[in-house]
Design a protein around this ligand. Structure first.
Ligand SMILES: Cc1cc2nc3c(=O)[nH]c(=O)nc-3n(C[C@H](O)[C@H](O)[C@H](O)COP(=O)(O)O)c2cc1C
Length: 448
């Protein structure tokens, strides 16, 4: 794909495309980048009374959650208490623990010795403390409320010796970790818990698969659904990104291994009154322009920031069939060029949202040949956003917003299209803090 290809095409449409791309061609050099708790709890004793540290209200920050692979999660609370859930994967156990949670005793959830660095009074809660006399207990600790919930319901996991946990932090954020499970009886009651972030195992071998876990996600009805414990290969990474991509749960959020995200309370984030916000975007992984092979697309990184900031819902526009290559940026550009030339409408996966539930819709995509990827037009053809407030954003290699705003105005003449944001693709991968500041500033400016 280069300017020569474009010139060689006949007709006014191609000249238009050429004009659109001249500005971009100056900056977008199409040379393929070389892809380029003191150890007092080793015997699992519950030591709730040992918690003496006071919550320091002045230093409240957001809760931080790091996914470490398999079912292992590290959480740092607003008041800097450190929680490890199902210690096993990863090697970043240097922060001293204040609370260790184990969902059940299988080796890949119960490597408590890995958490050898523990603060005095560190609490350990395993399934044995969580279920007493066949009853699920609750632990109201000074820095987090721990509510064990049902887990199991399959031949490998017995409901009497497995739990999931719902954690409620002081800023109101609620996180659910399913542990190892299939669909449970309790899940249909869990929607009333108003969970913000829900992790579901989706391995499909020892537990439920992607389909069943998507059903469970609908029942639990959390704001964000995160796939974990989905790798059956025993690889070092302990996370199957492809399987996660294929999961069709609503409001899906994929967290890569070793990625840390900030969890903010919905009320704090959403400064748009009672309106509900949806972020619709496309984004592609694999070999990409100027960033080599990426595991999370540039636009998805920006979408995540918007979603986190506004407690928005998510819909990622994804092709129904695996039509975009991940191994070659060049091949991808050729396919995209043909799609643009043909005004193609590639088939997309099911639309899982109801547009009537939303007032404000952020619409984002990578710039492909000076335009939205054609797959976005498949969605635009199916979803009427007239009457809504639309906020466009792009990531790009030099072409900026590429008229996303005016294109949306043309498509939806009765929508209010607000000022868009264009982010340089490479910055999303290597200058996340800078991008985050830009995104926050823009959101404050356009939404008030
Ligand atoms: C098929 C294709 C066409 C592209 N065309 C342009 C373009 O016209 N202008 C531009 O600035 N960047 C272009 N890029 C670069 C992408 O817009 C940029 O890398 C973007 O951040 C990728 O986002 P993603 O990782 O979310 O898919 C193109 C990339 C691809 C794969």
């Amino acid at each position: 794909m280069n300017i020569i290809d474009i010139k060689s095409r006949k007709g006014g449409k191609n000249m238009k495309i050429l004009n659109k791309l001249i500005a971009f061609s100056l900056t977008f050099v199409l040379i393929l980048q070389s892809i380029s708790c003191a150890q007092n709890s080793a015997n699992n004793n519950l030591n709730v009374n040992g918690v003496t540290s006071k919550v320091n209200n002045e230093n409240f920050k957001n809760v931080k959650l790091k996914y470490m692979g398999q079912a292992t999660v590290r959480i740092i609370t607003e008041d800097n208490k450190v929680i490890y859930v199902d210690p096993f994967a990863g090697d970043d156990y240097s922060m001293p623990a204040d609370l260790i949670l184990q969902t059940h005793s299988h080796f890949d959830h119960a490597d408590l010795e890995k958490v050898s660095n523990r603060n005095q009074g560190c609490i350990v809660i395993t399934e044995k403390e969580a279920i007493v006399n066949a009853k699920h207990q609750t632990f109201d600790l000074p820095f987090v409320k721990v509510v064990p919930v049902e887990a199991g319901y399959n031949q490998n996991h017995d409901v009497n010796s497995c739990v999931g946990y719902v954690l409620e932090f002081k800023n109101g954020i609620k996180v659910y970790l399913s542990g190892d499970t299939s669909k449970t009886n309790q899940m249909s009651e869990m929607a009333s818990m108003n969970i913000d972030y829900a992790f579901f195992c989706t391995d499909g071998k020892f537990n439920m698969d992607n389909n069943e876990a998507a059903e469970c996600a609908k029942l639990v009805n959390a704001k964000h659904n995160i796939p974990y414990h989905n790798d059956t290969s025993n690889s070092g990474i302990r996370f199957d990104r492809k399987k996660a991509e294929e999961w069709t749960a609503p409001n899906k959020l994929i967290i890569n291994v070793n990625e840390e995200i900030e969890l903010k309370a919905g009320e704090e984030k959403n400064n748009m009154g009672n309106s509900k916000t949806l972020v619709i975007y496309s984004s592609f992984i694999g070999e990409q322009y100027s960033v080599g092979v990426i595991e999370k697309g540039n636009t998805e990184i920006v979408a995540d920031m918007i979603i986190e900031n506004l407690a928005a819902d998510r819909y990622k526009v994804e092709p129904k069939n695996d039509i975009y290559p991940r191994d070659s940026y060049k091949k991808l550009t050729e396919i995209a060029s043909k799609e643009l030339h043909d005004s193609a409408r590639p088939e997309i996966k099911d639309i899982t949202f109801d547009i009537s539930n939303y007032d404000t819709i952020f619409v984002g995509a990578p710039v492909w040949w000076g335009d939205f990827p054609m797959i976005m037009y498949t969605l635009f053809d199916k979803v009427d956003m007239n009457g809504k407030t639309i906020v466009p954003f792009s990531t790009h290699g030099g072409s900026g917003l590429s008229g996303f705003d005016s294109k949306l105005k043309r498509l939806y003449p009765n929508a209010k299209v607000l000022k868009g944001l264009a982010i340089t693709g490479t910055d999303t991968q290597s200058r996340k803090d800078k991008v985050k500041n830009e995104v926050e500033k823009w959101i404050k400016e356009v939404i008030n």
